[in-house]
Design a protein around this ligand. Structure first.
Ligand SMILES: *Cc1c(COP(=O)(O)O)cnc(C)c1O
Length: 952
């Protein structure tokens, strides 16, 4: 026989690594759905009228090797100097075990927000540690697990004070300490304007407590002053005002806490607890408050509850405050926050413990004292007299010279006014750093680290204890914390274990290659306010990414400032608001929003002062165009905007979208298209071309940034050219429009993920991904439609990239709830689909393009088996309460106990899909949410409360 040599092509990223089903599998799946080719399916699904004419094309996709090489070159254009700029961002040493086992570990970074508590016990515990750490250090009763950045946390605190203030001056003014960081003041001003709040920025000595509903003070101040605010806070309280303290978390290891001064709210950043500066983010901001105000606090709060066996279990507490339930009446629009970074900061506290944290704080302070003494001895005037880690030096006409001399020595100092230089030291400051700073001032001097001088003010010294819980008192062996992190990770289901079919959330592959550049020092170690010529790599990346996102969306400009989808909505609506105002139409304040919209939409509209007018859906789940038109006409004079999602939150490409946009425009409104569903559009249709004026993209959905267990995220907005001048600006860039985030580019150190994805896929690859996302969803719909019924489809019978399974009949006929289905899926090793949104009692499934056919089938098999179990309940073949659905999830505890159930242990623990020996075991039985809210505990419970099963 003749030997025939076949040429093999290496599997590339775009065609095979990112996209789940193989070509053979796709053919099988198309057959099940009833189509010959993928393009036939797409033609029958995406309406002709909205199809993109020109294919996406910016040259061939890169290989993984080429992409990393290219990115390394671009990253190399960033110059990594030692930044002593301070202003809320500091050098920090990420402990290596935390870098490797958390930040670089898919078990942590690919997890979803812990809405399903049974499969989230690990990250819930880490986040509870975070809350305990924040409560302890700030001296407050309760903390949340996390806000987006320090500046937005300050703005949230102002809004919270505004809602909660009982002072007569309500609706009057909010006082802002002029020693707050510049970006904090700017973000507060942005947030205040649409709410009609006057912002008074002044020295705390000038505070008139009767004239404001609240005040924020910075501690220590941005130029280093440490002031005890007890008297100001008391004066505010006498006038029923609310006091907010923005505190540096590390300084609190040595300084009296905000709680001890009487503060009502404390906010700040936990960046310097081991999270790299990353040119501005992501980092976790914290907020803590008093027991009295806890229900007014925004953001996610972890609480302690019990499971059905009465064992301790964690879950999200007080969810009724949040946007997904309260919509425009919510405390804020915060959805995605900074969970992964909060976990890192909490582990930093677990790793160092109170003594270690105190040692770091003392060392930072002593270094600053020595630096100041050296400057003073050489005749420089140093302010303030007492400080923690920040000093300001008067240099007269030498400002430029000193700053340049510092840069020549590899150090960035802060420009303060025209004659001063600011210096903030940190954990990473070395003897050589201090000597180089002196050198920049023309001082030749050796640093003597045996000099242990303290210059902290007596009136602000901390005497109270912190981090007293045993979790912060491990024995410091690395073996112990490594195993602790591993144990917590093992309790959770993340994408590294199974698909997470969460409708709207797009839990697709977060490829390892995309994550590699994130921890390069060239991206990690830049201060957001370093000189621009040191950040050329960042600027080149952002420019290229923006250019490609414009091509993808059909918009003309992108702002990378919003650091979550909800912040993108807020930024986009502000842009619309600015546009109307610039045209003399500032009175426009009505926003039409379909009732099926994501909760962040109405919550964001409320933040810009818009009145939400709901629009109903027709019987097919589409926007009722007649209702939409009637409401647009009724509010024509005041119509500011509509907010729609496309394809709809019902998972359907509505063919009326252009009509809806036209109606809005006819009545003078602007169209906001929520871009969370871009995964169904990239390469096939463009929001900027079908009538949208502005959209946000969730880079942590469509563009592969991992969810991190509830953040980080990026929510850049795209706008048409008429809105470009009204995009958010930043004090560092001197724009007239205010900022919405602390840093000019939000959380730029995670942008390499999205950029890598786009480079690796190329235009054709991205388009193919969209098509396969639609294929996968239609395959699941085809396999499950007879068992469950698909709630909404298009006129052609198709779904977009997700579909709603109707589980309501199971409840009506057999009392099997959507919760029962979700928890039973845990026994098969799956995270449940999105529950009860956008339609109560249903499940919304989004498989994404990254899931291979085997995994889709495993999911469908599990769902079909659950349907059969529900039928047994409906038919009366099994007890309506004591059955595998109601008792789910099953744990090892169930197995070893007495077994008096009308079904077998085998059926309980090994339903279809459960993977036998590789089965995921839920660490707890079903969690009782109501109990947790009735008995609210939001800090680590005492060790005696832990059962002896070995749970930490
Ligand atoms: C996820 C999502 C949002 C909010 O995005 P976050 O980043 O969580 O703030 C808004 N709208 C829709 C439809 C979404 O799915």
């Amino acid at each position: 026989m003749a030997f025939k040599l076949t040429d093999y092509e290496a599997y590339d990223f775009a065609n095979r690594r990112h996209i789940g089903p193989s070509p053979t599998e796709m053919a099988e799946m198309l057959k099940v759905i009833g189509f010959k080719t993928l393009d036939d399916l797409i033609d029958a699904t995406v309406p002709e009228a909205i199809r993109q004419q020109e294919p996406l094309d910016w040259g061939p996709a890169m290989t993984e090797r080429d992409a990393l090489y290219h990115m390394k070159e671009v990253a190399g254009q960033n110059k990594v100097l030692t930044s002593l700029i301070g202003q809320g961002y500091y050098g920090t040493s990420t402990p290596a075990p935390i870098l490797r086992n958390i930040l670089e570990n898919p078990a942590w970074y690919t997890a979803y927000t812990p809405y399903q508590p049974e499969i989230s016990q690990g990250r819930l515990e880490a986040l509870l540690n975070y809350q305990t750490m924040v409560s302890d250090l700030t001296g407050m009763d309760i903390a949340n697990a996390s806000l987006l950045d320090e500046a937005t946390a300050a703005a949230e605190a102002m809004a919270m004070a505004h809602r909660g203030a009982r002072s007569k001056a309500n609706n009057a003014a909010f006082f802002v300490d002029q020693n707050c960081h510049a970006q904090t003041i700017a973000v507060i001003q942005t947030r205040a304007a649409p709410l009609g709040i006057d912002v008074v920025v002044a020295d705390p000595d000038e505070l008139d407590p009767g004239a404001v509903f609240g005040a924020i003070f910075q501690y220590p101040g941005t130029y280093g002053h440490v002031r005890d605010f007890t008297d100001e806070i008391k004066a505010l309280h006498d006038h029923k005002g609310i006091a907010v303290v923005a505190a540096d978390i590390l300084s609190l290891a040595l300084l009296k806490s905000p709680g001890e001064m009487g503060a009502d709210i404390a906010i700040g950043s936990t960046q310097r607890f081991g999270v790299p500066m990353g040119y501005g983010g992501p980092h976790a901001a914290y907020m803590a408050t008093t027991d009295k105000l806890k229900r007014a606090m925004p953001g996610r709060i972890i609480g302690v509850s019990i499971d059905s066996r009465g064992n301790k279990a964690y879950r999200l507490a007080l969810q009724t405050r949040e946007q997904h339930i309260r919509r425009e009446k919510a405390n804020s629009n915060v959805c995605t926050a900074q969970a992964l970074l909060a976990v890192m900061a909490s582990m930093y506290a677990v790793y160092h413990g109170p003594d270690g944290i105190k040692a770091i704080a003392q060392s930072v302070h002593r270094k600053t004292s020595r630096l100041a003494a050296g400057l003073e001895e050489h005749g420089f005037k140093v302010e303030p007299e007492v400080f923690f880690d920040t000093i300001t030096v008067e240099v007269g006409p030498l400002q430029q010279t000193v700053m340049e001399a510092a840069v020549a020595r590899g150090i960035n100092l802060r420009k303060v006014g025209e004659t001063k230089v600011g210096i903030s030291l940190d954990e990473q400051t070395r003897k050589e750093t201090i000597e180089a700073v002196w050198g920049a001032f023309g001082i030749a001097r050796e640093d003597d680290s045996s000099n242990k001088q303290y210059r902290l003010p007596d009136y602000a010294l901390r005497e109270s204890a912190y981090l007293t819980h045993p979790i912060f008192h491990k024995n410091r062996a690395e073996a112990e914390i490594t195993r602790y992190m591993r144990r917590l990770a093992d309790r959770d289901l993340a994408l590294d274990r199974s698909m997470i079919p969460l409708g709207s959330c797009t839990m697709k592959l977060n490829a390892t290659v995309e994550m590699i550049p994130v921890t390069w020092p060239e991206f990690g170690n830049l201060h957001p306010f370093c000189p621009k010529d040191q950040a050329m790599g960042y600027h080149a990346m952002i420019e290229d990414l923006n250019d490609k996102l414009c091509q993808i969306t059909g918009y003309d400009a992108i702002s990378q400032q919003p650091n979550s989808g909800a912040q993108g909505e807020y930024a986009g609506l502000l842009t619309i608001r600015n546009y109307h105002a610039a045209r003399g139409e500032a009175h426009r304040n009505v926003c039409l929003i379909p009732t099926s919209a994501h909760g962040t939409n109405p919550a964001s509209a409320q933040m810009v002062g818009y009145k939400v007018v709901p629009v109903v859906a027709d019987d097919h789940g589409n926007i009722d165009v007649a209702d939409f038109r009637a409401k647009a006409e009724k509010h024509s004079d005041h119509l500011a905007a509509c907010m729609i999602t496309y394809p709809s939150t019902h998972g359907v490409f509505e063919d009326t979208v252009q009509e809806v946009c036209e109606i809005t425009h006819e009545h003078g409104g602007q169209v906001y298209i929520d871009g969370a569903n871009m995964n169904a559009m990239v390469g096939l249709a463009q929001p900027g071309k079908i009538g949208g004026d502005v959209s946000h993209l969730n880079l942590h959905k469509t563009f592969c940034i991992p969810h991190g267990g509830g953040g980080p995220g990026m929510g850049p907005i795209g706008v048409k050219s008429h809105l470009t001048d009204h995009l958010p600006g930043h004090p560092e860039y001197g724009s007239a429009v205010g900022p919405v985030s602390a840093a000019p580019f939000g959380s730029p150190s995670i942008l390499p993920v999205s950029w890598a994805y786009i480079l690796l896929m190329g235009g054709a690859g991205l388009t193919q991904a969209t098509k396969v996302a639609i294929l996968n969803a239609n395959y699941i719909a085809a396999r499950l439609k007879d068992a469950y019924g698909i709630l909404y489809t298009s006129a052609t019978g198709r779904v977009a990239h997700e579909c709603i399974l109707d589980t309501r009949a199971l409840n009506d006929e057999g009392g099997v709830t959507v919760d029962d289905v979700a928890k039973r899926l845990v026994d098969s090793g799956f995270h449940a689909p999105t529950m009860s949104w956008p339609v109560a009692g249903t499940l919304m499934v989004e498989p994404t393009e990254s899931e291979p056919k085997d995994e889709l089938d495993r999911f469908c098999d599990a769902m079909l088996s659950i349907r059969a179990e529900a039928q047994d309940v409906i038919d009366g073949k099994i007890d309506p309460q004591n059955n595998p659905l109601k008792n789910a999830p099953h744990t090892v505890r169930d197995l070893v106990g007495d077994w008096d159930r009308p079904y077998s242990r085998e059926a309980a623990c090994f339903p279809p899909g459960s993977l036998g020996v590789d089965k995921y075991w839920s660490p707890v039985n079903r969690v009782d949410n109501a109990y947790g809210d009735r008995n609210l505990i939001c800090t680590c419970p005492p060790m005696s409360d832990y059962d002896e099963s070995g749970d930490s």
